[in-house]
Design a protein around this ligand. Structure first.
Ligand SMILES: [Zn+2]
Length: 488
């Protein structure tokens, strides 16, 4: 929403309810072995709460909750205040809900250089920033690799194998397919993706090129951030020129940068379990509270509100906190974590993985919520899907207890590896993401705003999870990876 001059050109990356107090009836869970807590008491979704969270988090006032910005801290503070209201105890720094994550903020200080050297050539071809190319996502300030060219229109299913470290030019008429191939190849180890700019107009390039690109922050303690994701957009002439070059030509990107101290913020709460025999089997509900902030204007709008990505997931976690925080404590310990800087390298969740309020081996399962604000046409109405469905016994069990939850209908997108859950899954926690992202065109656009949410869907989908969640936090059920399901 709204207009203002452009700041930084962040577009791609990783992967984030109507009137009165009318309640929607939640789905009925099966009644087998229902213990303490509020289980069995009708659980109703609070439509007003859902709408209220979205109206604040996705408002223009929060300016898109840019990763590591003051706006992200405001979002984390809002979440903290809601958790307090819902009876969840603080589990952040010094008795607060906020976990302040020290980060290194890298700033690019001069226009980056892009050069390509065909095999055997002595003189590389040089490209100019803001004229020939733009950087839309950077997790590195320098990278290089052999050129690989892929035309997505010729791909039937799946992605072509690429050598790790390749710089891949992806061409095609279907913008969504280009974008999704880019994500998949980036997670498959490409150094960088080159694509034709969505807006190749000279004026757009000049306007966007006035701002130096933003680069992902790094965790201060240097803990592993192995995510390489660099996306450059090229104008028509540059794409045509590269099309003529042989594969294997060496592509090199360099940008001078300076470093300064920065932070990102998580909001973390805990409900201590009442059953000592289940103390080591906590359940973690999570989402990311950051989004892309202010960026290159699209149709005069430069605020990337992220109403679906991931104010909707944050809202779902808050609604679970509201329901689980009322009345008696659940048998298991329940953690609520809303992460900062998912969009800039999953920094908040990586830090959480090293500084969780309980040891990670005592977290039996993590459910991350990403983009549940609109229905996915690939599945039935009011339904959510779970990434890595076949990897564990968690999804089928939740569905058996009434959750409107099915297998991820887009396995080729590798969503399992594209959100905060993956950080914890790699550390052994049974960690998966719940979503209903239907590959809509507003993804990572300023138009991912309140006007494009489907509150009816959100109410019903979140409502269907309330009783299964109550069952889960009061049950002896052991979430487990299936054979071969745990990521290496
Ligand atoms: Zn997201």
């Amino acid at each position: 929403m709204r207009t203002r001059c452009c700041l930084f050109p962040l577009l791609f990356f990783v992967f984030a309810f109507p009137p009165s107090m009318a309640f929607a009836q939640a789905a009925t869970a099966s009644q087998k072995s229902q213990p303490a807590g509020n289980v069995g008491v009708a659980v109703r979704v609070c439509e007003r709460c859902i709408r209220a969270h979205e109206e604040f988090l996705a408002s223009d006032a929060l300016q898109g909750r840019g990763s590591g910005t003051h706006d992200e801290l405001v979002a984390a503070t809002y979440v903290a205040s809601q958790l307090r209201q819902y009876g969840i105890d603080p589990a952040g720094d010094d008795g607060s809900y906020i976990q302040r994550v020290p980060a290194i903020q890298r700033n690019i200080v001069s226009p980056p250089r892009l050069t390509i050297s065909p095999p055997g050539s002595t003189e590389p071809i040089a490209w100019e920033y803001g004229k020939d190319f733009l950087a839309v996502v950077l997790t590195q300030t320098d990278f290089s690799g052999p050129l690989r060219k892929i035309k997505v229109d010729k791909l039937d299913t799946g992605n072509p194998a690429i050598e790790p470290g390749a710089v891949v030019l992806i061409a095609g008429t279907d913008e969504n397919k280009v974008k999704h191939t880019a994500f998949s190849l980036a997670s498959a180890g490409a150094s960088a993706i080159l694509t034709l700019a969505r807006d190749s107009d000279v004026n757009h390039f000049e306007e966007a090129g006035k701002q130096l690109p933003k680069v992902a922050n790094q965790l201060k303690d240097g803990s592993a951030d192995d995510k390489k994701f660099n996306v450059l957009e090229l104008n028509h002439d540059a794409v045509d020129a590269i099309e003529q070059l042989p594969e294997g030509s060496m592509v090199k990107f360099e940008a001078r940068s300076s470093e300064e101290k920065g932070y990102t913020w998580n909001a973390v709460g805990i409900l201590r379990g009442s059953d000592p025999s289940l103390q080591r089997h906590a359940i973690l509900f999570s989402a990311h509270l950051d989004h892309l902030g202010i960026g290159v204007p699209v149709n005069g709008d430069d605020i990337y509100n992220g109403a679906d990505d991931d104010a909707s997931g944050t809202t779902a976690v808050l609604e679970l906190a509201r329901v689980l925080g009322r009345g008696q404590r659940p048998r298991r310990t329940v953690l609520f974590a809303l992460f900062g800087s998912e969009e800039m390298g999953a920094i908040g969740s990586t830090y959480f993985g090293n500084h969780a309020p309980v040891p990670l081996k005592e977290i039996a399962a993590n459910l991350e919520f990403e983009m549940i604000g609109r229905p996915d046409p690939a599945v039935k109405d009011d339904t959510l899907w779970l990434t890595g469905w076949e990897r564990s016994n968690l999804g089928p069990e939740l569905a058996a207890h009434g959750a409107h939850l099915v297998a991820d209908p887009h396995p080729g997108e590798n969503f399992f590896a594209r959100s905060d859950n993956f950080v914890l899954a790699k550390k052994g926690v049974v960690a998966q993401t719940i979503s209903s992202y239907g590959l809509h065109p507003d993804y990572h656009q300023p138009s991912d705003d309140l006007a494009h949410l489907d509150f009816k869907h959100m109410n019903a989908a979140i409502g269907s999870l309330l009783m299964p969640a109550e069952w889960l936090v009061n049950s002896d059920f052991q979430p487990k990876w299936n054979a071969g399901g745990r990521p290496q």
